[in-house]
Design a protein around this ligand. Structure first.
Ligand code: 6R9
Length: 695
């Protein structure tokens, strides 16, 4: 049961899951001890002034646009697409799709036959429109006072130099490039440079360990890895180049060798002379890139050519390479950004996500730049040097739209209001939330304290796979309900189905699926179209299955209730329980492991691991630490278990399947809700586990 298994199995398991398809206790606020029987009736209206200036200013206007997007997707999306630059227009069909596995291979295509370039649309097009002098990016470093900025014209120069260099070293259309960088401006620059020449970028979050990085490099076999020597996270230096070195050793053991490691010298963190170097393979960015010309021909690619790969966690140990293509993704991220944040050219936009995750792809880099927006890129930690850092940055750059994750909101909330009220925050007009369900009390604190009760909150529900927002408020169009992502974006048809895959109407709860494709949908899992179909399209034939539970209230508002598969969401980061389990069992003294998510006050979910040791090995604090270290080394610090629970045995069915339902109850100390344990091969293991609860 460790580190493998087919993903359909988990759908069968779901019937077991009490928290899955029901109304979540988290949404109902139990996570922070709230009593919110009337949450559904709690409406928070946008002010009249706000609505009047909004792009979509009423529910009725939304409904008309939404209806059009569903009745005539081709017309709706091609009209929007016409505002972008296409070297050649699409074939007569705007889109074609089959998402019903029973009718054959799943395929989704948008704007097929058209040629375009995302980098051209995100950078050159804005310059041609006369905005070359507008700030594209403000950069704020780890230390207050370290900062930088680039206009659109300067951004283009930088992107072209790198693009030319990449071409010079032999990167061409369709080649993969792995980017392992912190939030320097060079990270979006590198993404755009790849897009410019038709190369496929795969950004790996710089918090992943050497092993995780190696796993991704082995899967996509890039020509080049782009990194930097080191970064400071708060007070602590992290030697990224060393992590890459170790990963590349691991890769060559697996027959994958990368010939070039382009290393940006991050002087603020570490000097060159202290960096380990492999001549012939390693090249300093600053030694080569600035020597290349600041103009670079665009590679016009088909709308369905890949733009990027981004690995995400699934139910099995092996991360999935989510593949997004060019045209549909471009139109979708641009449009969702514009409407969900009611974007105006005068806005200063800051999203705290790292480009290593999908949010950083769609809503730090592509969505905003495609709208010609000014983006704040922040390298540091939001609580360094203290918990007021975010509001210091908001005031410094006069940020108008601030987009972040519930985990950060909860942690800042815990630190007290003084850190917030010390700053003006007058510039703010819209707030956003993403990554996990936002509990109503965090929502209210965000609204009342951070936004001074003036700023609507866009609680955007979406996924790596969806490319962009799927269910989200349009901030001026309708009242919000704290904790609800509200209504679907244009072109998106969410449905709630029961265990049998039957659509349920009206007020209900069940599994969230999507009917029909939308332009930003991922097209495949890299190198594994079977897994794509099995994971997402087979569980409920005819639909895309999101892996999330959802309920819909009497007013049609959607309340996301969290994952219903073996994926947990820690601080907004998706981690497969199987990945953590396989890291644990790689420890020589660990015989078996089972991981479940438990409610965590700040992180949303914490990681709770049941560990069975090799026969005869005694429990010890030292061993506990080395198990946690095994996970840190194999995945990354963010995946380290919060709790190791010693387990003489695990509760299994007679067919050997671990009953996670029971483990979840033990982990969350709901011992009177264990349910039926009689189908276990050995029911006595449950008592043993309970006895060891506090060890
Ligand atoms: C964008 C992103 C996707 C999973 C998703 C869901 C959870 C994200 C949410 C939310 C409730 C929101 N999720 N946003 N749940 N409300 N506003 O986070 O992508 O890393 O792929 O995670 O995150 O469970 O299925 P990703």
């Amino acid at each position: 049961a460790v580190g493998g298994g087919d993903e359909l199995r988990h759908v069968e398991d779901m019937a077991d899951l009490p928290s899955g398809a029901g109304k979540s206790s988290r949404v109902k606020g139990v996570i922070l001890g709230e009593s919110l029987a009337s949450e559904e009736d709690d409406l928070v209206f946008p002010s009249r002034d706000f609505s009047q200036q909004a792009l979509v200013s009423s529910l009725q206007q939304y409904q008309e646009m939404y209806k059009r997007s569903i009745d005539d997707p081709a017309g709706f999306w091609s009209e929007i697409a016409s505002e972008f630059h296409w070297k050649k227009k699409w074939d007569s069909e705007v889109y074609s799709e089959n998402i019903d596995v029973s009718k054959g291979t799943v395929m989704i295509e948008w704007f097929k036959g058209a040629t375009t370039n995302v980098c051209y649309n995100a950078v050159d097009r804005n310059i041609e429109a006369g905005n070359g002098g507008k700030i594209a990016m403000y950069w704020e470093g780890n230390e207050p006072g370290q900062d930088g900025q680039l206009t659109y014209a300067q951004l283009l120069d930088k992107v072209c130099q790198l693009a030319n260099y990449l071409k010079h070293v032999g990167v061409s259309k369709g080649d993969a490039v792995v980017i392992y960088l912190p939030m320097l401006m060079e990270l979006p620059i590198a993404m755009l440079a790849c897009a410019r020449i038709g190369a496929i970028h795969s950004v790996v979050f710089a918090g992943f360990s050497a092993e995780s990085l190696a796993q991704r490099i082995i899967d996509c076999k890039p020509k080049v890895v782009i990194t930097c020597n080191a970064v400071r996270r708060g007070a602590k230096p992290i030697f990224l180049k060393e992590i890459v070195d170790n990963a590349l050793v691991e890769c060559s053991k697996n027959g994958v060798s990368v010939g070039l490691c382009l290393t940006y010298e991050n002087q603020l963190a570490m000097t060159r002379k202290d960096t380990k170097w492999q001549d012939g393979r390693d090249v300093w960015w600053q030694d080569v890139v600035p020597n290349f010309p600041t103009t670079c021909e665009v590679e016009w690619v088909d709308a369905e050519d890949p733009l990027f790969l981004l690995y995400t966690s699934g139910s099995t140990g092996k991360p999935k390479g989510v593949l997004h293509t060019t045209g549909g993704y471009m139109i979708y991220t641009a449009t969702t950004f514009k409407y969900a944040f009611d974007y105006k050219p005068s806005d200063i936009y800051w999203c705290t996500a790292d480009c290593g995750w999908i949010t950083g792809h769609s809503y730090v880099t592509y969505g905003p730049l495609l709208n010609g927006a000014t983006v704040v890129v922040f390298e540091g930690a939001p609580n360094y040097p203290d918990s007021g850092r975010c509001w210091d940055i908001v005031d410094k750059y006069k940020v108008t739209i601030f987009y972040t994750a519930p985990t950060l909101i909860r942690s800042l909330m815990r630190d007290g209001n003084e850190y917030v009220t010390r700053y003006s925050r007058k510039s703010l007009r819209i707030l956003g939330s993403v990554g996990e369900p936002i509990n109503p009390s965090a929502w209210r604190w965000f609204f009342n304290v951070v936004g001074d009760s003036q700023c609507p909150i866009s609680d955007t529900w979406w996924q790596t796979e969806t490319g962009g927002f799927m269910i989200t408020p349009l901030p001026g169009a309708w009242p919000q309900k704290p904790g609800s992502a509200t209504f679907p974006f244009f072109g998106v048809q969410p449905v709630i189905v029961d265990e049998k895959g039957k659509e349920i109407e009206g007020e209900c709860s069940g599994y969230l699926c999507i009917k029909k494709s939308w332009p930003g949908a991922f097209r495949t899992l890299y190198g594994d179209h079977d897994r794509y179909e099995t994971t997402y399209f087979k569980p409920f034939p005819g639909y895309y299955f999101t892996g999330d539970g959802c309920s819909r209230d009497k007013d049609g508002y959607h309340w996301l209730t969290g994952r219903v598969d073996d994926v947990i969401n820690v601080s907004g980061h998706r981690i497969g329980t199987a990945e953590i389990e396989s890291a644990l069992v790689s420890h020589p003294l660990c015989a078996e492991a089972a991981v479940v998510g438990v409610e965590h006050e700040v992180k949303g979910q914490g990681i709770y691991a049941f560990v069975t040791l090799v026969e005869g090995v005694p429990y010890s604090e030292e061993l506990r630490k080395s198990l946690v270290l095994a996970v840190r080394n194999q995945i990354g610090a963010f995946a380290a278990p919060d709790k190791i629970h010693w387990a003489p045995g695990l509760p299994k069915t007679r067919s050997g399947k671990i009953m996670r339902r029971i483990l979840r109850k033990i982990a969350s100390k709901q011992l009177n809700e264990l349910g039926d344990t009689s189908t276990l091969a050995d029911p006595s293991v449950v008592d043993q586990l309970i006895a060891l609860s506090d060890c």
